[in-house]
Design a protein around this ligand. Structure first.
Ligand SMILES: Nc1ncnc2c1ncn2[C@@H]1O[C@H](COP(=O)(O)OP(=O)(O)OP(=O)(O)O)[C@@H](O)[C@H]1O
Ligand SMILES: [Mg+2]
Length: 239
């Protein structure tokens, strides 16, 4: 599913975007969560989606990731439409092509750090030894050597988010989605976590879509797209 250009992100910009949304509309009754959004995310590119509460950031992320179906518009992964796929195919895509980091980790409390990080690979059918090995490798890169056997309750908030980052990356997705990944952390830890996320994604060549309403954090992401009332706000960012 990876386009042949993802090995060298940024080298062949004529290739299809890693992910694209075309004229996305999502309504809740009379309320437009998305009122016609177009967005292109290039392979390996990091984009921050910013905007006030209720502007449609999470809706956009969920529609792009296939968690939520838009009422109209298209979503393309490496140039191929994925919005019309059935739930089984979409959940398979979410497991293989996408990685997710949410506000407070959403780690499984009963599992160790390495088991949590290995989970998407195990669900995708990888052998346990190989999945745990790769999970440990990513935990090491994220500065968590020695904590592999700790359960989420035995980790700090920042450490738990780094486990979530390892989990999002270890199965080598082409796009990582992060919704307020630093929302539950203090400013300093939030910055470190953001750096860890961008660094790890960059190392792997994954594109990252980060939702945040923290403008300071968004400044550390190379590209910012502002959204307001369900539309791209061209005055507020560089869409
Ligand atoms: N399940 C739902 N049912 C009804 N309305 C919804 C639902 N989800 C979102 N909305 C509405 O859609 C709009 C966009 O919501 P969304 O969650 O995308 O905003 P957001 O930018 O992520 O906000 P926040 O920064 O507070 O997380 C809001 O007006 C919200 O009330
Ligand atoms: Mg939100």
């Amino acid at each position: 599913m990876h386009p042949q250009t993802t090995d060298r992100p940024g080298q062949l910009t004529a290739a299809a975007p890693a992910l694209a949304g075309r004229n996305l509309v999502k309504r809740y009754g009379a309320q437009y969560a998305l009122a016609g959004v177009d967005i292109d995310i290039q392979p390996g590119e990091a984009v921050a989606i910013v905007g006030p509460s209720g502007s449609g950031k999470t809706s956009l992320l969920h529609v792009l990731a296939g968690i939520l179906k838009a009422d109209s518009g298209e979503v393309l992964l490496a140039g191929r439409r994925i919005d019309q796929l059935g739930e089984t195919k979409r959940s398979e895509l979410r497991r293989t092509e996408f990685g997710f980091v949410f506000q407070s980790g959403m780690l499984v409390a009963e599992l160790s750090a390495e088991e949590n990080a290995a989970l998407p690979m195990l669900l995708a059918g990888a052998a346990r030894g190989e999945a745990l090995g790769r999970a440990r490798e990513w935990l090491g890169r994220l500065g968590l050597s020695g904590k592999e056997r700790n359960r989420p309750g035995e980790l700090s908030g920042g450490e738990a988010q780094r486990v979530a980052i390892a989990r999002a990356l270890a199965h080598r997705p082409s796009v990582i989605f992060a919704d307020e990944p630093t929302g539950a952390l203090d400013t300093r830890t939030g910055r470190d976590t953001m750096d860890a996320l961008l660094g790890a994604a960059g190392e792997h060549g994954a594109a990252v879509v980060i939702v945040t309403h923290d403008r300071d954090l968004a400044d550390s992401v190379p590209r910012t797209v502002a959204i307001r009332d369900g539309r791209i706000d061209t005055a507020g960012g560089t869409a």
